[in-house]
Write a protein that binds this ligand. Structure first.
Ligand code: ADP
Ligand code: MG
Length: 265
């Protein structure tokens, strides 16, 4: 077999084995190996590393797509200086994603606009970069989905699919009341993921106000009990970041509280 035939057979074998990046990189790497006198293992190492890097990138892209984030934000884009109620080392520690290994939860509480969703997505992104799978739902969307599922007798399969991702983000708990059937579903969901799959939950309500979200206070207590058992709570205070940006842009000055936001936006 000639050199050219061997090369072509290797390239096509890599392709058939679905080592597509290695197959594409073969030519350039073989030339570089010859020019720079690489050892055989060094050449093979470079070829396999190229394949692995491409696969990791694909996995990350797939996980980001499947997570269905409403927007992608990372921790680098979070300005800790303008949110003094947040202890930066605590968030940086959460971003190591150790909590996911133990199925622990993160609860981000605070008024609108203080960065809860941004932080939840940033932690989700950090999880994905650590090879984990993530699913993002607003509680409102999930409740709509559950109502449809209940009618179509699909609740058990929904529960299964929500149990699967390593991290489940539930955004904006507390803006809508949760009826008894949805509360029972939440209880099942939290129980199923308990110490196995992490939940990152954001809410504008403090724990004391959870009774007002759920019509059933016993279920509310049971859900909170499981959510909080192995968890980190981040209480965020301060003014809305959106509001602050507008204030700095000179759109208005001196807004006393959040109640005024609706009329100004
Ligand atoms: P919340 O979920 O608490 O209502 P968001 O996370 O949606 O607030 O934040 C509102 C907007 O302000 C988003 O675009 C977010 O990226 C931005 N934001 C909030 N806090 C910060 C911050 N400390 N640094 C950078 N951007 C921020
Ligand atoms: Mg939000």
């Amino acid at each position: 077999m000639t050199e050219a035939q061997t090369y072509e057979r290797v390239r096509s074998a890599l392709h058939d084995l679905k080592f597509l990046t290695a197959s594409d990189s073969l030519d350039a790497l073989a030339q570089q190996a010859a020019a720079e006198h690489w050892s055989y293992p060094a050449f093979l190492d470079r070829l396999l590393q190229a394949e692995l890097a491409a696969r990791q990138e694909q996995t990350i892209a797939t996980h980001i797509r499947r997570a269905r984030f409403p927007f992608v934000k990372t921790l680098d884009q979070f300005d800790f200086a303008c949110q003094p109620s947040i202890h930066e080392p605590q968030i940086r520690d959460l971003a190591t994603i150790r909590f996911v290994a133990h199925g622990e939860n993160v609860l981000l509480l605070g008024p609108p606009g203080v960065g809860k969703t941004h932080l939840a997505i940033s932690l989700g992104m950090a999880a994905i970069l650590n090879g984990k799978s993530v699913a993002f739902y607003t509680v409102a969307d999930l409740l709509d989905q559950l109502a449809l599922d209940a009618r179509a007798d699909r609740l058990p399969s929904r529960l299964k699919s929500l149990a699967r991702p390593d991290v489940l983000i539930l955004d904006e708990m507390g803006y809508f009341p949760i009826d008894k059937r949805a509360a029972q579903f939440f209880f099942q969901l939290v129980s199923l993921r308990y110490l196995k799959g992490s939940i990152i939950l954001t809410s504008n309500k403090s724990y004391g106000e959870w009774d007002s979200i759920f019509s059933d206070t016993v279920l509310a207590a049971a859900i909170l009990d499981r959510l909080l058992h192995a968890s980190t709570t981040v209480n965020i205070r301060g003014e809305s970041f959106r509001l602050r940006e507008k204030r700095q842009a000179g759109v208005f000055t001196g807004l006393p509280n959040h109640a005024s936001v609706a009329t100004q936006e």
